[in-house]
Design a protein around this ligand. Structure first.
Ligand code: ADP
Ligand code: ASP
Ligand code: MG
Length: 408
């Protein structure tokens, strides 16, 4: 008997009808002779709604992150109970478990906690009793019992980590599209579903804005060798298989295009071009637990330069607050400026390791479309640019077309 871990995202459990649809699919999987653990997310929109409520009651302060986790975990807790009830009403034996009940232990970094250990005894007990286990995604508990959450999109991580901990035979991530596409199909209408993708490519795509999978979950899958499939909960089409790369994968130069909206640029100008400057800046930003994306430093002509970096626009005021106290250490005439309204476009593919000219082709297509590039960064398998947010959809379509991604 195989053990299958499935994950159903927010849109797959968005209303009672969808929850009953999920329950039927879980029963089909069980009737095919499998044991099933189904991880579910909060119903679509619920997590955002809870975040809005928290902000409203906390004005003018920022809500405490510990209480935020107590609040946000209720979204998934609602869905597990409803899904278990739907299964029971269809005649199946099912029981729900919160993250804490399922033995998911994390560090204490509230709202973006990392899993430190999983002791899934209760999951095994329920499975051994012949039950379907419905597990709350996105949550765990610290060693001292506080509720934590795993960062936005964290139910993906719950599913991958539980599949690893249970040594599951199969891990399926069910969502509202047929799999991982060459670009977000809501932006590029002729984007194509990818049949097989390597961990590294999906990791680059996810961390550069393709929110079809949470990037930390892909990182976890790569680390523990969890092969998984991304597929639709609304049909039975084959999805996208995600696994370690194979030789044949390298023949495709560009696997996909990602876009990330709502970025902001912080520029510190007039800083002294001496050892230690970057360390002071990024030390301060790092201590505030902020994730910095692109970093650019200009060449200095007079011993003075400027450094820019990007963060999500929601984090920009935290970045500015973290930098103010250290500005005096950076030079006599330092200026700090933050601008919003930018977005990032990335092209990703492991074939880039052995093919040159990708960046030039991408830049030419953007230039032909009259789209200005504000910042550039590259990795071995990615070229990323910052453009005005208003240009991002057009930029994605142009670049997708240039690399012929709808035709491969
Ligand atoms: P879930 O609620 O199932 O977790 P998400 O909304 O987190 O689903 O992720 C699915 C969405 O990701 C799709 O509806 C799609 O708009 C978006 N998306 C972004 N980039 C891609 C991509 N490259 N391939 C497929 N979907 C993508
Ligand atoms: N409900 C959480 C979120 O909206 C986790 C998830 O859906 O994976 O981010
Ligand atoms: Mg998701």
């Amino acid at each position: 008997m195989s053990l299958i871990v499935q994950k159903y995202g927010g849109s797959s459990v968005a209303n009672p009808e969808r929850i009953r649809n999920v329950a039927k699919r879980i029963i089909e999987t069980q009737r095919a002779g499998n044991r099933v653990v189904a991880v579910v997310s909060a119903m679509a929109g619920v997590t955002n709604h809870l975040i809005d409520l928290a902000k409203e009651v906390s004005v003018p302060l920022t809500p405490s992150e510990r209480e935020m986790d107590v609040l946000l975990s209720t979204g998934e807790q609602t869905t597990i109970a409803l899904t278990a009830m739907a299964l029971q009403s269809l005649g199946a034996e099912a029981a729900s478990l919160t993250g804490a009940q399922a033995g998911i232990e994390t560090d204490g970094l509230h709202t973006k906690a990392r899993i430190s250990n999983i002791s899934p005894d209760s999951v095994h007990e329920l499975l051994n009793a012949g039950k379907i286990v419905i597990l709350a995604g996105f949550q765990g508990k610290t060693s001292y019992g506080d509720i934590t959450t795993l960062g936005r999109g964290g139910s993906d991580l719950t599913a991958i980590a539980m599949a690893a901990a249970l040594d599951a035979d199969l891990c399926q991530i069910y969502t509202d599209v047929d799999g991982v596409y060459t670009c977000d199909p809501r932006v590029v209408s002729n984007a194509r579903k990818i049949d097989v993708i390597s961990y590294d490519e999906l990791l680059e795509m996810a961390s550069s804005g393709s929110k079809v999978m949470q990037s930390r979950s892909v990182e976890f899958a790569k680390k523990f060798g969890v092969i998984f499939e991304v597929r639709s909960s609304l049909n039975h089409h084959p999805g996208t298989l995600v696994k370690e790369e194979t030789m044949s994968m390298e023949s495709i130069v560009i696997r996909g295009v990602s876009l990330e909206r709502a970025q902001a640029k912080v520029t510190i100008s007039g800083v002294s071009d001496v050892p230690g400057t970057a360390s002071v800046i990024f030390g301060a930003v790092g201590n505030a637990n902020l994730i910095v994306d692109m970093i650019v430093q200009n060449v200095s002509k007079t011993g003075i330069t400027d450094i820019s970096f990007t963060v999500h626009k929601d984090e920009v005021s935290k970045a500015v607050d973290a930098l103010r106290p250290v500005l005096a250490e950076l030079g006599d005439d330092v200026n700090l400026e933050a601008t919003e309204g930018i977005a990032k476009l990335s092209v990703v593919g492991i074939g880039m390791r052995s093919h040159s000219g990708v960046a030039a082709e991408m830049f030419k297509s953007l230039s032909d479309a009259g789209i200005n590039i504000q910042m550039i960064s590259t990795s071995e398998i990615k070229v990323a640019v910052i453009v005005a947010e208003e240009d991002i959809d057009r930029a994605a379509n142009v670049v997708h077309e240039t690399f012929g991604l709808s035709k491969i």
